[in-house]
Write a new protein. Structure first.
Length: 355
């Protein structure tokens, strides 16, 4: 964008937001974003705006306006899709959504680690239920690519989990462009057991079958699998086998980690925060490593979306060079601000121009 000046607004606002508890700051931020989206010129003032046409990516039969998306968890209930799309995202992922509403884990459940530019969360799939989100998505503006991240309710046994995922799939089928199967959150007891090869293959085959049946003569909605960074190399191999056998479109790598190594935040402070998934730069290296392993085993057109520590144009390009086709941000948006998608879009377009 010629003449683009880095806006100082978020740099001034962030210290004020960080005074508030994280969940309250989250709600205030979206309130302010909604106001900005309704005032002509305000989105550009805070660093947003449409991505350059040269940033377009075509994948999975979809036309992504840019390679950078918003990861699930930021807009769980699909309340802010239109406003978020103004920031230059090529796609927005809502959820994780469950069949029935659930409050999630008791607060406090979201913690900042400013020295690491990281977060720890144990939200626990808090959401208002898939039907309410589907109604909101029916009213969204056209032209915004939306992914539906789906999971199971906390009290649903793993042996009945497939039924929950199918309920979510059916409810969202006509209002999202692709699906993400979340079996990798560390905050729902036992959920990660569904990443084991046999139950995972069974679940994905059921969803793939439902997608094919609903498509009739049209192209089935793409299905992606979101995996944890804590998988062993052998488990990554199993994931690749499952992806190929199930016929899904690809993988999102990675979710948050339960590891706590190498943090600048004191061990005492981290221990006081308790359990949960760690996101941000501390997961960047492992996420990129997993992406590289996946790409070695999953040739294109199988899709890889890279997420984990993307808080700059440089870290986004690192994921793309490792083999990701698209990237997503979450924690990076909180620390770097609303201009982050625009920075990544410009770097991607410039890299493409230079070949």
């Amino acid at each position: 964008m010629p003449g683009y000046i880095r806006p100082p607004m978020y740099a001034l606002l962030r210290p004020l937001l960080f005074i508030l508890p994280p969940e309250r700051a989250h709600r205030l931020t979206f309130f302010l974003l909604g106001i900005a989206a309704r005032i002509p010129g305000m989105i550009r003032l805070i660093g947003g705006g449409p991505p350059p046409k040269s940033a377009v990516v075509d994948l999975m039969g979809l036309h992504f306006p840019s390679p950078v998306g918003l990861a699930a968890g930021m807009d769980k209930d699909a309340r802010h899709v239109d406003a978020l799309s103004c920031l230059g995202f090529g796609f927005i992922e809502v959820g994780t959504l469950t069949p029935r509403p659930q409050v999630g884990n008791p607060p406090p459940r979201l913690f900042r680690l400013p020295k690491d530019r990281a977060l720890i969360n144990r939200m626990g799939f808090n959401n208002g239920g898939v039907d309410a989100a589907a109604e909101r998505l029916r009213a969204r503006r056209p032209g915004v690519i939306v992914g539906g991240n789906i999971g199971k309710n906390k009290d649903t046994p793993n042996e009945q989990a497939a039924a929950d995922y199918l309920v979510c799939f059916d409810a969202l089928h006509d209002v999202v462009d692709y699906f993400v199967v979340n079996v990798s959150s560390p905050n729902t007891p036992g959920l990660r057991e569904l990443q084991e090869k046999e139950p995972l293959l069974d679940l994905l085959k059921q969803l793939r079958g439902r997608s094919t049946a609903k498509a009739h003569s049209a192209t089935p909605k793409p299905i992606l699998l979101k995996i944890a960074p804590d998988l062993t190399d052998a488990q990554v191999d199993d994931v690749c086998d499952v992806v190929k056998s199930s016929g899904i479109a690809g993988v999102i790598a990675t979710n948050t980690t339960i590891a706590r190594q190498g943090l600048r935040t004191s061990a005492k402070a981290v221990e006081a925060m308790g359990p949960g998934g760690l996101s941000g730069p501390p997961v960047r290296a492992r996420s990129t490593e997993v992406i590289r392993m996946l790409r070695d085993r999953l040739p294109r057109p199988l899709v890889i979306i890279g997420v984990g520590g993307v808080d700059s144009a440089e870290s986004a390009m690192e994921k793309l060079r490792a083999g990701a086709d698209l990237v997503q941000v979450y924690t990076g948006l909180i620390y770097a601000g609303p201009q982050l998608p625009a920075r990544i879009n410009r770097a991607f377009a410039e890299n493409r121009r230079l070949g």
